[in-house]
Design a protein around this ligand. Structure first.
Ligand SMILES: Cc1cc2nc3c(=O)[nH]c(=O)nc-3n(C[C@H](O)[C@H](O)[C@H](O)COP(=O)(O)O)c2cc1C
Length: 141
């Protein structure tokens, strides 16, 4: 609930909160989702974030923010999970139609999923990241 609460509290454009968090601990469903993602994991829970383009804010120039809102919620969820000692892995590589069918989702877009559970083993090293110099640009007038 703490993890879901962190997702619930996420900021969203114009505070539209245009998503739902679909949670399952059903072993059969988790196995089917694992197959649809072509990835093998054995987590006790999966959370899928389903976003609704028609409920999200759209900028004047037409730029849609439903994916961004879902991404922010997923980030909140992942950080809280980490703080609770739980493991997550953002999953975007999946067949959306299959996921929606498996989870019984009729409306909206599944934009991200994560397995959720206590990790079987701790990761010893931090994944490589670009340096601050590569990522930050200071502009002075
Ligand atoms: C938008 C997004 C999509 C991702 N999709 C997948 C995925 O489909 N499968 C996967 O195993 N990891 C996926 N990842 C995890 C990244 O590969 C991972 O976060 C990155 O390699 C850095 O590793 P780290 O999180 O262990 O530091 C995704 C991450 C993001 C942010």
């Amino acid at each position: 609930m703490k993890v879901l609460e962190a997702a619930r509290l996420a900021p969203s454009a114009m505070n539209r909160q245009p998503y739902v968090f679909v949670v399952t601990s059903d072993r059969e469903i988790i196995q089917k989702i694992s197959l649809a993602c072509n990835q093998k994991w054995d987590s006790p829970t999966i959370v899928a974030i389903c976003s609704f383009p028609d409920k999200a804010w759209v900028r004047d120039d037409g730029e849609e923010y439903w994916k961004v809102d879902a991404a922010v919620a997923m980030t909140n969820l992942s950080l809280q999970a980490c703080a609770e000692g739980l493991g997550t892995c953002w999953i975007a590589a999946f067949k959306e139609d299959e996921i929606k069918k498996t989870l019984g989702i009729k409306k909206g877009r599944v934009i991200a999923m994560t397995p959720l559970g206590y990790p079987a083993e701790e990761k010893s090293s931090v994944t490589n990241r670009k340096s601050i110099d590569e990522l930050v640009q200071y502009k002075n007038l």
